[in-house]
Design a protein around this ligand. Structure first.
Ligand code: GLN
Length: 546
């Protein structure tokens, strides 16, 4: 009999990491949303870090920032983009976060003197968090992605939470295993055994997958589906083919080809309804019908990292550029350029002339910044559209201060704490924390309002006077230099409502086709179906340069 309560779908990973659980979770969410269901999503990360703010992005991928300032895993960005919803702190947990809460409660005597144990108290806290997120969103379906791979030690306590929830609400909980089906080169045939083992590992912690998403280079044939079904104990039709696709945005449409939405509704006792994916289909179509390719350079400090890692470190920037491009019939081709090359050999700067536009994304630290500053100077002088995101704005201001406002040696306190001309400076309330090495969560984080100056590039791109954008930075434009910079021609076109903080800096169109930097991270608010206005404006200018 159909149950009326809210439904929960746990997404777990089998065989190996990196097969796209985050995209799978997001795509399932998109399908269910298209069926008119209210969907929310949570990510569980099995590491001790309390948030993703202290982790190196080249190791862990981008640190995504939510509206409430939570620093979290890049998958949260995928959920927001695919589901077109705003998530909050309650949608993200790590082992560290869960233990911290339980220990805090124990210290507060909230367990009333009883023995507090890993089992059941940790899984109970996990379940409490999942149910709280469901309630906050009033969700019909709550998706929970369990980080890590089945069989490893780290996420076992989370799988125990799944088991306890499934016991409590057997008809309201579905388990989806995203597995991997390799095609070894020397055999040339799809092998299902690793998936069978993963399924058995899942059984060994008291769980049975309801659905298996079989990631593979190619679609699965019927024989493989049958085999996985028999050995993993599920109906053949619950084995969904998840082949590699050209774009992650194809994934929901591909799943629907195998009827995933209906199968999930059946498993959960939900009445099935048609999925209205017209908007999504049109978006995917636009991504395939691009008529023009634009080469955009991303300049930063990059060392010993492959393209894959870099693409992961700046995933939101990449997705924001892609989305803005598709809406203009443009395919964006990104090149990641190492700024230290320009420090070693400034003559290489002229290579930048081949790009239609230059982006400097967010960043931290000193290494490579002189090379970035030099490339911004090149973009400014040679009228190459330039878009600076956070550090990209700060460094553009430093470049302008040095060359146009005559502030010799202008820099950021991040590079030189004793600088004579810190045009970018640390915020006073952060100073104290930094002296104590208290780095966790010390930045200006999350959504802040910004007032735009009418008639500027920013105001015309947004088409409104007040905006809200997400931040993640420690430093700000130093108020002591604003007048000098303004007199030298730099326009602060976005400011905090009290006028104290400079949020956008730009050059007028009479001076440059597009030269704009934001203290905030606009990429965090770009969505596939609603590209961000500043990314659209930047690409339009880049398209005009060609
Ligand atoms: N490092 C700079 C700051 O902390 C910029 C941060 C960023 O680009 N996210 O202010």
């Amino acid at each position: 009999m159909a149950s009326e309560g809210p439904k929960y779908i746990f997404v777990v990973g089998g065989v190996m990491s990196g097969v796209g659980k985050g995209v799978a979770t997001s795509a399932i969410g998109r399908i269910l949303k298209s069926k008119g269901l209210n969907v929310t999503a949570l990510k569980i990360d099995p590491y001790i870090n309390v948030d993703a703010g202290t982790m190196n992005p080249t190791e862990h991928g981008e640190c995504f920032v939510l509206g409430d300032g939570d620093e979290c895993d890049q998958d949260m960005g995928n959920y927001e983009r695919f589901l077109d919803i705003d998530l909050s702190r309650g949608n993200y947990m790590t082992t560290g976060r869960v233990y911290l809460e339980v220990i805090k409660r124990e210290r507060n005597l909230e367990y009333k003197g009883r023995n507090v144990e890993v089992v059941p108290d940790i899984p109970l806290e996990v379940i409490r968090r999942i149910e709280a997120a469901q309630q906050a969103a009033n969700a019909d379906v709550t998706l929970i992605e369990v980080g890590g791979t089945i069989g490893e030690y780290q996420n076992i306590i989370f799988l125990e939470a799944v088991r306890m929830m499934k016991m409590k609400k057997p008809r309201d909980v579905a388990i989806v295993m995203v597995s991997y089906v390799p095609i070894p080169g020397n055999i040339g045939e799809m092998k299902t055994k690793p998936t069978q083992y993963a399924s058995r590992s899942l059984n060994s912690v008291g769980l049975q997958a309801d659905i298996i998403l079989a990631r593979a280079a190619r679609p699965l044939d019927e024989k493989r589906k049958e085999k996985i079904g028999v050995f993993c104990n599920i109906p053949t039709e619950n084995v969904i083919s998840a082949p590699d696709v050209a774009s992650i945005y194809d994934v929901p449409l591909n799943y629907e080809k195998d009827g995933l939405g209906k199968i999930l509704c059946d498993v959960l006792g939900l009445e099935d309804r048609p999925a209205d994916m017209k908007d999504w289909e049109a978006f995917v179509e636009s991504s395939k019908n691009t008529t023009k390719e634009l080469s955009i350079a991303v300049v930063g400090k990059y060392f010993d990292t492959g393209d894959f890692v870099l693409a992961d470190s700046y995933i939101s920037v990449l997705e924001a550029l892609k989305a803005a491009g598709y809406a203009q019939g443009v395919k964006v081709k990104l090149s990641y350029l190492d700024s230290e090359e320009y420090e070693k050999d400034p003559s290489k700067l002229s290579d930048l002339s081949q790009y239609a536009g230059i982006v400097v994304p967010g960043g931290f630290g000193t290494r490579g910044i002189e090379g970035i500053i030099a490339s911004i100077g090149y973009a400014r002088e040679n009228k190459i559209p330039y878009f600076g995101l956070c550090y990209g704005m700060q460094l553009a201001i430093i470049e302008y201060a040095r060359t146009k406002a005559g502030i010799e040696g202008a820099t950021t306190e991040e590079a030189d704490a004793a600088a004579v001309h810190p045009v970018i400076g640390v915020m006073n309330d952060q100073k104290e924390k930094l002296t104590k090495n208290d780095y966790g969560g010390t930045m200006r984080l999350g959504t802040y309002p910004c007032v735009l100056t009418p008639g500027t590039v920013a105001a015309s791109a947004y088409g409104k006077e007040q905006i809200n954008e997400r931040h993640r930075h420690r430093y700000e434009v130093n108020p002591a230099y604003i007048e000098q910079l303004t007199n030298a021609g730099l326009v602060f076109s976005g400011k905090s409502p009290d006028g104290r903080l400079m949020e956008i800096a730009e050059l007028p169109v009479s001076e440059h086709p597009f030269f704009l930097g934001t203290q905030f991270h606009p990429e965090l608010l770009s969505r596939p179906l609603t590209p961000h206005p500043l990314f659209s404006a930047f690409l339009k200018a880049a398209g005009e340069k060609g």
